[in-house]
Write a protein that binds this ligand. Structure first.
Ligand code: FAD
Length: 497
């Protein structure tokens, strides 16, 4: 409530924020979480909380009047459609050189993501978080994160027999025939539920193409894991449709946090202030970076150091499709939850997830989201003239990612006698190189913060989300974000409270 004093305020309810809230509450601290998106706990008139990927309505996008699907063409035709402006679940945030997709709502990215829960190979960890001791991560915090998130792996025997993973088996066959290692990828989707979907005994979600705008069943989003446990402590309150606008030092070492209440059209309906002894920035890589860059530049938190806004990367994301032969169909029924990948990280700098194209019809396409070792890093800066934070990423900076992805797919195409699809991202456009699902960095650990996420110029301010990670995790990022948050909050609780 307006004027309240809270011991701990958490900005954002994604992975970092949920870990912070749970562990602080378990340590006896009352926590108030502020989330700009909706609660996503109430069905609409169609009986569903989330809308289907194939039928996007107002629930799909954050404050847009037209959808902006990542895969925006099919057979060369644009597939976006008009929608009513609403505080929908997926934000396609446009910067000059890249569109950054993010979840909006209680649960953050866990509401919209594919649930792929991948722990990086230990040999790659030093390049991911150079200042963090790998032993503590692999012995303690990765296992803690995997257990807290409810990570599991597809039953390989079922994988081999079910119609809904024919596309992944085709992907495996092509990878292996070209000599690439194929790996199963763990996921937080409830695999038993998916088997029941395939058997026709429960309401379908993954097998009905639900994913990008939320899964109504089956996926263990943060609402079902960390946030449910946090709520059960009785110490955590969440304010959805509230956006943090400012954090400034108050007397006695506390902070005054200004919060805007939003309606579902995105208008500010009220402005409130809360005093907080501690503030955890968990608004995601982009959200936290935008806040900190603006607060530093506008004099609210002038002593934040010069690393704020730097070290942002796209996790090397790039998408592509391959056109298969007519004798190699990928299936009209495709589980929207990916469960496998092609690992060419060591040799070619690419880890490609074998992704679905759940259109409901046979597409004869294999589709991939590659995570690559793209070395390019961008910076967020404050533009006083426009009053906006900008990101200087340039379209051409995706070229190393494309080159790395080609180490896999040029070889597969040569072996199979196939070609790239040119109809999925425009007419005659092969690469989905205009976007990322995996924003990372902007308030990098041990640079913008100390080695535990403390903004040391301001005791009591912390960063605890993907902004800490310097641009790349070699695999899908949320397990690493969660594990790092577990590590940092344990230290903060032990030494700062
Ligand atoms: P987030 O989860 O982004 O949470 C930040 C929260 O803060 C959001 O809810 C946001 O609304 C809120 N917020 C922002 N600004 C403010 C503010 N000023 N005031 C109040 N609240 C604010 N990763 C994987 O590991 N595996 C996958 O399979 C995968 N698939 C993905 C698919 C898609 C379509 C997308 C978009 C992402 C995917 N990701 C995946 C990435 C993953 O979801 C993110 O890396 C992760 O959610 C980041 O966690 P976070 O805690 O840093 O922030």
């Amino acid at each position: 409530a307006d004027g309240a004093h809270v011991p701990a305020l958490v900005i954002g309810t994604g992975y970092g924020g949920s870990v912070a809230a749970l562990r602080l509450a378990q340590a006896g601290v009352d926590v108030h979480m502020i989330e700009m998106g909706m609660a996503w706990d109430t069905p609409s008139s169609d009986g569903k909380i989330f809308c289907n990927t194939l039928q996007p309505d107002n629930r799909s996008y954050w404050l847009r009047t037209r959808t902006k699907a990542p895969l925006n063409y099919f057979l060369g035709f644009p597939i976006d459609r008009d929608i009513t402006r609403y505080t929908g679940v997926l934000d396609a945030e446009e910067f000059s050189g890249i569109t950054v997709y993010q979840g909006r709502g209680v649960g953050g990215g866990s509401l919209v993501n594919g649930g792929m829960a991948v722990t990086p190979k230990r040999e790659n960890f030093a390049a991911i978080l150079p200042s963090v001791n790998p032993a503590e991560m692999y012995d303690t915090y990765y296992p803690r994160a995997n257990s807290g998130l409810g990570v599991g792996t597809v039953d390989p025997a079922w994988f081999d027999s079910t119609d809904c993973y024919q596309y992944a088996r085709v992907g495996r066959k092509h990878a292996q025939r070209s000599g690439f290692p194929f790996t199963f990828v763990p996921d937080v989707y409830d695999w038993d539920y998916m088997k029941q979907e395939a058997a026709g005994t429960v309401t379908k979600s993954a097998l009905a193409g639900e994913i990008l705008y939320g899964n109504n069943y089956g996926k263990k989003s943060l609402q079902k894991t960390y946030l449910a446990r946090a709520a059960a402590t009785g110490r955590v309150t969440v304010s959805p449709l509230h956006r943090v606008a400012s954090v400034v030092p108050a007397s006695g070492g506390a902070y005054t946090v200004t919060i805007e209440q939003l309606n579902t059209s995105g208008d500010t309906t009220a402005t409130k202030t809360v005093t907080a002894d501690r503030v955890f920035f968990a608004a995601g890589s982009v959200g936290t970076s935008k806040l900190l860059v603006r607060l530093k530049a506008t004099g609210a938190l002038p002593n934040l150091n010069g690393e704020i806004g730097k070290g942002w990367g796209d996790n090397g994301n790039v998408m592509c499709g391959r056109a298969n032969h007519l004798w190699d169909p990928t299936g009209s029924l495709q589980s929207s939850i990916p469960c496998s990948g092609i690992d060419n990280w060591a040799a070619g700098g690419a880890f490609a997830e074998i992704a679905p194209l759940p259109t409901g019809i046979e597409t004869f396409a294999s589709f991939y989201l590659s995570i690559t070792k793209n070395p390019n890093r961008a910076q967020f800066t404050w533009n006083a003239a426009t009053g906006k934070v900008e990101l200087n990423w340039q379209t051409a900076w995706k070229q190393p990612a494309i080159d790395m992805a080609k180490t896999i797919f040029d070889k597969i195409n040569a072996k199979e006698g196939t070609i790239y699809r040119t109809d999925l991202f425009g007419l005659y456009k092969i690469w989905g190189d205009h976007l990322t699902y995996h924003p990372l960095g902007g308030a990098v650990l041990n640079k913008a913060t100390d080695n535990y996420g403390r903004l040391t110029a301001y005791p009591g301010l912390y960063v605890i989300d993907g902004a800490l990670i310097p641009g790349n995790t070699s695999v899908n990022p949320f397990v690493t974000i969660t594990a790092l948050a577990e590590r940092n909050i344990e230290k903060i609780i032990a030494t700062d409270l």
